[in-house]
Design a protein around this ligand. Structure first.
Ligand SMILES: Nc1ncnc2c1ncn2[C@@H]1O[C@H](COP(=O)(O)OP(=O)(O)OP(=O)(O)O)[C@@H](O)[C@H]1O
Length: 210
């Protein structure tokens, strides 16, 4: 484990046009995954949007979001230190695979080339650096997306249905792979999913929004 981070969600109260939508008070420790489930419209995406810093205008929210004891709920999204992983890998089509990974690296990092090479080897894609991301398989794209996220050195991660577009076998492999990496990186994570097997593989607490 390189570093240990923790995320505190203190008395979070999200309302939509004044009506209570999400109420939550919990801590996510280093390497832990909190799974959030619930029916369509119960507020899962709104919770992620609040934590990430882009909740829409019809919503109001109160409560503190502390990342490593620092309140971040008033910071702009890019200053929060939170990484996002979505359903689609969202690789930049105009960049090579290596270019996508390089994009994740903080600007001040030196030895970028060596880091990207090491990252490619780590995800089993040594020699794939010059490839167009469109030529990768679904699983390869997903691995590049997670590695790009980890290279950006987030202090917490939000995952929004990250496996839902993968077929059953790949889904199983990817969930184990992703959760293992998040654990090893000591990152507190929040997973939104409709799949109980995702929750089981995540291994942490589960909350269900009503
Ligand atoms: N930009 C928006 N402006 C106004 N209302 C919104 C907006 N986005 C979502 N809503 C409403 O907020 C409520 C919660 O939506 P949200 O997307 O958070 O639910 P969800 O649990 O993520 O649903 P799903 O599982 O379908 O993705 C719903 O009633 C939805 O219609």
């Amino acid at each position: 484990m390189t570093q240990a981070h923790h995320l505190d969600l203190e008395n979070i109260d999200i309302r939509l046009n004044g009506r209570p939508l999400v109420a939550l008070d919990t801590r996510i420790g280093p390497g832990e995954v909190l799974t959030v489930m619930g029916p369509s419209g119960s507020g899962k995406s709104s919770l992620l949007a609040y934590l990430a810093g882009f909740l829409g205008g019809d919503f109001t929210a109160s409560g503190a979001v502390r990342l490593d004891d620092r309140a971040i709920q008033a910071l702009p999204a890019e200053e929060r230190g939170i990484g996002l992983l979505f359903q689609d890998p969202l690789l930049f089509p105009h960049l090579s695979v290596a270019g996508n990974l390089r994009f994740g690296l903080p600007r001040h990092r030196r030895d970028k080339r060596a880091r990207v090479e090491a990252a490619l080897a780590h995800i089993g894609l040594a020699g794939f650096g010059d490839r167009d991301p469109a030529t990768l398989s679904g699983g390869q794209k997903a691995r590049v997306a997670l590695m790009r996220l980890l290279l950006s050195e987030p202090r917490a991660v939000l995952l929004d249905e990250p496996f839902s577009k993968l077929d059953t076998q790949l889904r199983q492999e990817m969930r184990d792979w992703v959760f293992q990496h998040l654990r090893e990186a000591g990152l507190p994570s929040l997973l939104v999913t409709h799949d109980y097997q995702d929750a089981e593989a995540a291994g942490g607490h589960l909350i269900e929004l009503a």
